[in-house]
Design a protein around this ligand. Structure first.
Ligand SMILES: Cc1cc2nc3c(=O)[nH]c(=O)nc-3n(C[C@H](O)[C@H](O)[C@H](O)COP(=O)(O)O)c2cc1C
Length: 135
């Protein structure tokens, strides 16, 4: 099973989650600036909500995928909204890429909202999620 982890972060939360996924998968988490160069069975793709949107860097990364991807498994955080799953799914499906029905979402602090998140428990939860997906 070939697994890759890519993420975009502005304030470090998605890196924390991506590193936990990478640890579970035994691979290195890279930012979306690092293109996929080999076919993968599972691509864990981490992002967050900014001004109610998915960052353009994540959209461009999805658009740039030229290898075969079995499925994308999105993970995200946000302070108020419920994450980026729908937006990632729309971008990926527009490219003909399969997106898992399962996602990981947790709160991500923004100012006084959701302070301290993602926390250690979120990191453990996403690690368990990744292990279950990888099987
Ligand atoms: C510039 C900015 C805009 C944000 N806008 C929203 C928003 O519209 N809705 C929301 O629920 N969270 C919003 N957030 C909160 C982020 O989604 C949350 O902090 C997330 O965990 C950030 O992940 P990152 O540290 O990987 O960038 C915003 C955060 C930043 C920094």
């Amino acid at each position: 099973m070939k697994v890759a982890v890519r993420y975009f972060t502005k304030t470090g939360h998605t890196k924390l989650l991506a590193d936990a996924v990478a640890e579970a998968a035994g691979v290195k988490a890279e930012t979306v600036d690092v293109p996929l160069t080999e076919d993968v069975d599972i691509l864990f793709l981490g992002s967050a909500v900014y001004a109610a949107n998915l960052d353009e860097a994540v959209k461009s990364f999805i658009d740039s995928i030229s290898v075969s991807v079995g499925k994308i498994v999105p993970f995200s955080s946000a302070a108020i909204l419920k994450g980026t799953y729908k937006q990632v799914k729309a971008c990926a499906e527009a490219k003909g890429l399969k997106v898992s029905d399962e996602e990981f979402f947790c709160k991500g602090a923004f100012g006084v909202i959701a302070k301290g998140r993602p926390n250690q428990k979120d990191a453990e939860d996403i690690k368990a999620f990744a292990k279950r997906i990888i099987g």
